[in-house]
Design a binder for this molecule. Structure first.
Ligand SMILES: [Zn+2]
Length: 343
């Protein structure tokens, strides 16, 4: 039995075989006073070899990763494994069941809650369970995100540069194997409290990604993520090549690198308006190019406002809703970057 804070898990994550169970969270509010909040967990292992931790539902309104983790567990068998894999398709189950980015129990954003802690609420408790009991068993962590309800992303792998040349080279190699159409290069710690930071701090290889978004499920993004997962798990000797091929693996294509760190810029609304994008996701824009037209909401006679691209680059993120308030980002522009300059 594994325990952390108010969380427990009875699943055996050591012996060979295929098993599923639950991570149980005890949270004594009015609704859950006599309940466990259950998040499914699975294990398939050969009994030796490297282990991957495969996570979906870190944010509750992102669906591609939830399906990829569930599908991998359903379709892989113990004989497919060279190592082992822990499947956690609904890491923040309270957020998943409420179709929300964050947990309704404590307002916690799971990907800002790592490494977690005891006595700090359900979200940090669950993050702490992962940090204490799951990350130390893994050599590779795969955390699959999407844009969620508010945004749509390029289908992109995050490559986090840690400053450790060996780790960075290895993660660059993994990003090329995962081979989504885009790779977003980010500095270590750019998103404080994320699962990436906890895994990298523990010395794990780490891949996280964005697949589409808008709180919906994109078949194209799902296919790209599925393919990437098969290539990654086979390359890391978690599953056999035969299993990856049986499940439909195709060869990696080239990925295009963009700077999601210091070089990227948001295009941000400064009035309440309807935002009309003049460019689409993945379009290349020049600095100063008009990219958004703002139609002021309450005054038909008022001048429409044009927002321009602050830098040259590719449109990497776009806002889902057209109605914007001051401070809302409408687009994010990311300059291209050569992978040769990264390590
Ligand atoms: Zn997310």
């Amino acid at each position: 039995m594994l325990y952390y804070d108010t969380i427990s898990c009875a699943l055996d994550l050591n012996a060979a075989g295929k098993r599923s169970g639950w991570v149980d969270l005890a949270h004594s509010d009015h609704i859950h006073a006599y309940s466990a909040i259950r998040s499914p967990i699975g294990w398939i292992g050969s009994g030796s070899g490297p282990v991957a931790l495969i996570v979906g539902g870190n944010h509750g309104d992102e669906y591609e990763g939830q399906i990829i983790a569930r599908r991998l567990f359903a379709e892989l068998q113990p004989e497919d494994m060279l190592g082992g894999a822990i499947f956690l398709p609904a890491l923040n189950m309270p957020a998943v069941t409420s179709r929300s980015r964050i947990s309704p129990l404590d307002g916690g954003n799971m990907n800002r809650a790592f490494p977690g802690g005891e006595g700090q609420g359900p979200t940090r408790g669950l993050a702490g369970f992962v940090t204490r009991h799951l990350i130390p068993r893994a050599q590779l962590v795969l955390d699959i995100h999407s844009g969620g309800g508010t945004s749509e992303y390029l289908d992109a792998t995050y490559l986090t540069l840690t400053g450790n040349a060996e780790a960075d080279r290895h993660n660059l190699e993994l990003a090329r194997v995962f081979a989504l159409p885009w790779t977003m290069v980010v500095p270590m710690g750019s998103t404080g409290g994320d699962l990436d930071s906890a895994a990298l701090a523990a010395g794990c290889a780490m891949i996280s990604c964005e697949l589409g978004g808008m709180g919906t499920l994109s078949r194209d993004s799902l296919r790209l993520g599925w393919q990437g997962a098969l290539r990654l798990l086979a390359a890391q000797r978690i599953i056999t090549d035969a299993a990856a091929d049986r499940l439909g693996r195709v060869k990696a294509e080239d990925t295009r690198f963009v700077d999601m760190g210091g070089g990227s810029r948001h295009v941000t609304a400064m009035t309440q308006a309807l935002a009309e994008p003049l460019v689409g996701l993945a379009d290349h824009v020049e600095a100063g190019q008009p990219v958004v037209k703002l139609h002021p909401l309450f005054d038909l006679g008022a001048e429409r406002l044009t927002l321009t691209a602050p830098v040259a680059g590719y449109v990497a993120i776009r806002r889902t809703g057209a109605m914007v308030q001051p401070g809302d980002h409408v687009l994010t522009i990311t300059p291209g970057i050569s992978p040769d300059t990264l390590t």
